[in-house]
Design a binder for this molecule. Sequence first.
Ligand SMILES: *Cc1c(COP(=O)(O)O)cnc(C)c1O
Length: 398
Amino acid sequence: MSRFDPTRRDAWRPATLAVRAGPPGDPETGAVVFPVYQTSTFEQEEPGGDPAWCYARTGNPTRSALERALAEIEGARFGLAFASGLAAATTVLLTLRSGDRVVASRDLYGGAYRLFTKVFARLGIEVAFADTTDLAELEEALDRPAALVWLESPSNPLLRVTDLRAAAALARRRGARVLVDNTFATPALQRPLALGADVVLHSTTKYLNGHSDVLGGALLADDPAIHEELRFLQNAAGAVPGPQDCFLVLRGLRTLALRMERHEANARAVAEFLAAHPAVERVHWPGLPSHPGHAVARRQMAGFGAMLSFEPRGGEPAAREILRGLRLFTLAESLGGVRSLVCHPPTMTHASVEPEVRRAGGIGDGLLRLSVGCEDARDLVEDLDRALAAVPARRAGV
Ligand SMILES: *Cc1c(COP(=O)(O)O)cnc(C)c1O
């Protein structure tokens, strides 16, 4: 009766893909887990041949297994793994030439902002920031030619949602390549290549690994020419991950669909609790109907994810009070692990963004960002409830 054909991977549903993507195991022994090839070089049969494996920067079987799995999960033809998300970002920017221009989402991962403004700007790559949730603003930014449009949706730290299909179409009409940083959504919830992106970037450090124990990055693409260009640079610039790290990301991937379900259910409970709390001024989570990107997120995502940020009444002093009170939410940078984390973007992840730029972009001094983990939602809500109660003066509606 079933139309499901298990021999066709493209028929697999996301949870099956997460568990089974990539090579089935070790062809040599039948081990069901792909092994770690901890070697830097490989014996060659003859000089000047074209061996499958020659040197581990160029290729390592464990890395290839991860690259294949990541591509399958993202629905991409090709995948490349890197030492970190920023190593992947650097490799993309190395495709540009001095004089090229990039248009990027204004609400952006702080490290990407730093890479654009402090490193590649020095090499003659100009970057312009636009609120890409506003297509008119993106169009205006593209009045001058751009080689690359860099989108992040949902964005960091305000969870702004860009209409990826519309933005990608606009960028392509102007002759720009389109990159989407899909780290916050993960391929379990969003597939930017199907919406018109040329390249998808991930910090696999986050949800794809999911256990806060490795750094990694990835680039996924469908176009063979783009893939070849990036693959050349992966080897030429050398920002590759080691085989142990690839193994850890591959292991983490197996529970991606499962984790995202729990992450999101917990995020919903936390967002709804915060939105109703008198000491909270604003909550940014695309799953709330009041969020300006809610309708677009519903259209282009299979879920809303588990990153959220909020502003307590009383600005930075109140935020610091809350941070002192939290027990389960650990004060740390990063996100996407099973353990819940909290951070204060103005002094942590976005400290490299100038205060004026930050405030103009809507990042208030009291903003707190939560990476909602996989604990019991009731414990998380109770932790926040107790911490927010430590701001008593604000409850009176100051
Ligand atoms: C963390 C992160 C990066 C950078 O990744 P690293 O692995 O830390 O280098 C890029 N984009 C987003 C959205 C991130 O959260």
